[in-house]
Design a protein around this ligand. Structure first.
Ligand code: C2O
Ligand code: CU
Length: 543
């Protein structure tokens, strides 16, 4: 079952938001970009034509692309960027998940405007574990800068400081009623009383975790990151960049107009966020006199870590006979890694905009990842030496009180390098991700390409190797592709390395990724023919 050729023209279009007009990069002139809607089991080919002025790549976030990393998309990891005027035909394999995923650019910060939803319907003949909804509604949360995004990135590179914070949050590309010049465009969802809508929530924001809620309507979460969960009724959801949440909205209130709203969740001493609220309207069909101004839902306070993590902690995988849990129990490879924001000395002058004139960096196990100038996947496939090393440490260089404000000197400035983690086929892996107090600490949504992992535990403070594993949930842990490491805390994930290839692991907060909070898993081929990488397509872009 496959569909030949969706054409994706990456090109500039002009777009007016917040009282000003600018050119943005789009797909087919649309913002947000087109939705890809498929049935489980399909294969889809997308022809990506770059008609813009800058290099671009497109990634299908959460698609495992089994044995076929060639179409995965992150620049300099699985492919060289598509240059202006060139094209690349990407093959999408919908063979592993059902629910909501999304696609986005994976080069520089172009994903700020180049993104769209992916809806994967259940395979033919199978049913949802909840009543069939009357309609699917993508709700994509994003961020908008009045300035050209290439300028925002350029300044980030030039000054070494924090990026300018965005000027608005958006729902389906629109800031909503609370921002200037925005009322006209506010996204409106018309509902019919008695019907149920499957909201396909996506956090496409660059740098913020968000809270989302709808006035007077509880949401029933039925899936996250295109995996099913036990139904969870909640007044709000927490959603990190990269994550998706499938939630049922029952139109069961008095016919009226109600706001849905999203706002930042942010912690740390130097949070880069904006405490404004984006809104959209749920309006009931029919005749009624509506409240002149719909009231806002109450969202947790911006630094309410308990609210953020009580939502994450309530998610359980479905774990029924059709959706068995396969958490690895015998662990073949244990990795513990810190995730930190650090500083580097300012190189050429003393005017960097980071703390005390430094330049921001970010690291895992004190290594700040440097992207190669050629694609790592090709280097691996063609046995090219000297592009990367396999020395990513499986433990922090030394153990200390990670959540202490004072640090061992050696931890202040990380090393730079292109160090990857090499795994044998079918190795069972456990990763403990430990946040640190460096520069105040902040939450990190860590995303792994090519896999879903089970989140078996998380907590605050230092990970305790003796006590914490005793509390792991091995029965019905949620399965995700992006997990939020709590501010000053840790998270443990497990997966089985049964998808050969070169797979990116990175923080989905864009500035942290830019600063180096990333590494790569290389999963070797297995022995059987169907355990090996498929050959590359003939039109792989070259560097
Ligand atoms: Cu949403 Cu590496 O990507
Ligand atoms: Cu981060």
């Amino acid at each position: 079952n496959f569909r030949e050729h969706i054409d994706s023209l990456v090109k500039e279009a002009s777009c007016t938001r917040l009282c000003s007009t600018k050119k943005i990069l789009t797909v087919n002139g649309q913002f947000p970009g087109p939705t890809i809607e498929v049935q489980y089991g399909e294969t889809v080919y997308v022809n990506v034509y770059n008609q813009g002025k800058q290099n671009i790549t497109i990634h299908w976030h959460g698609l495992q692309q089994r044995r076929y990393p060639w179409s995965d998309g992150p620049e300099y990891i699985t492919q060289c960027p598509i240059r202006p005027g060139r094209r690349f035909r990407q093959k999408l394999l919908f063979t592993t998940e059902e629910g909501t995923l999304w696609w986005h650019a994976h080069s520089d910060w172009s994903r700020a405007t180049v993104y769209g939803a992916i809806i994967i319907h259940p395979k033919v003949g199978s049913r949802y574990h909840f009543p069939k909804p009357d309609a699917d509604v993508p709700i994509i949360l994003g961020e908008w800068w009045k300035e050209d995004i290439t300028k925002v990135v350029q300044r980030l590179h030039d000054t070494g400081g924090d990026p300018n914070i965005s000027d608005a949050f958006t729902i389906n590309g629109q800031p909503g009623d609370l921002y200037p010049c925005s009322k006209q465009g506010t996204f409106k969802l018309t509902v019919e009383r008695g019907k149920t809508y499957l909201l396909r929530l996506i956090n496409a924001a660059m740098n913020v975790i968000l809270f989302f809620a709808i006035k007077k309507h509880n949401l029933t979460v039925v899936g996250v990151d295109a995996t099913y969960t036990k139904p969870l009724s909640s007044e709000y959801v927490t959603i990190g960049p990269g994550q998706t949440v499938d939630a049922l909205l029952s139109a069961n209130q008095k016919p009226d107009r109600y706001y849905m709203a999203a706002r930042a969740y942010s912690t740390g001493t130097n949070p880069v966020f904006d405490n404004t609220t984006t809104t959209a309207i749920v309006q009931y069909r029919g005749k009624y006199t509506s409240s002149s101004f719909p009231s806002l839902p109450s969202l947790p306070f911006y630094n309410d870590t308990n609210a953020a993590f009580s939502f994450f902690g309530s998610l359980k995988s479905l774990a029924d006979k059709y959706h068995p849990v396969k958490v690895p129990l015998d662990i073949g490879n244990r990795i513990m890694t810190t995730v930190s924001v650090n500083t580097f000395p300012c190189q050429h002058n003393n005017k960097c905009a980071g703390p005390n004139g430094t330049r921001f960096g970010a690291s895992m196990n004190n290594i700040s990842f440097v992207s190669p100038s050629t694609a790592l996947l090709q280097a691996y496939y063609q046995h090219t030496n000297g592009i990367y090393g396999d020395d990513f440490p499986d433990m922090p260089p030394f153990l200390f009180n990670f959540t202490d404000k004072f640090l061992p000197v050696g931890f202040e400035t990380p090393k730079r390098g292109t160090e990857v983690i090499v795994l044998d086929y079918n190795t069972t892996v456990e990763i403990v991700l430990q946040g640190t107090e460096l520069l105040g600490g902040i939450d990190h949504p860590i995303h792994l390409h090519g896999y879903n992992f089970y989140i078996v535990g998380f907590g605050f403070g230092n990970f305790d190797i003796y006590k914490d594993p005793l509390k792991y949930n091995l029965k019905d842990p949620p399965l995700r592709n992006t997990a939020v490491v709590p501010f000053d805390g840790w998270i443990t994930v497990r997966f089985k390395a049964d998808n050969p290839g070169v797979w990116f692991l990175h923080c989905h907060i864009e500035r942290h990724m830019t600063w180096g909070m990333k590494t790569v898993f290389i999963v070797k081929d297995g022995e059987q023919p169907d355990e090996r990488l498929l050959p590359p397509p003939p039109d792989m872009p070259s560097c």
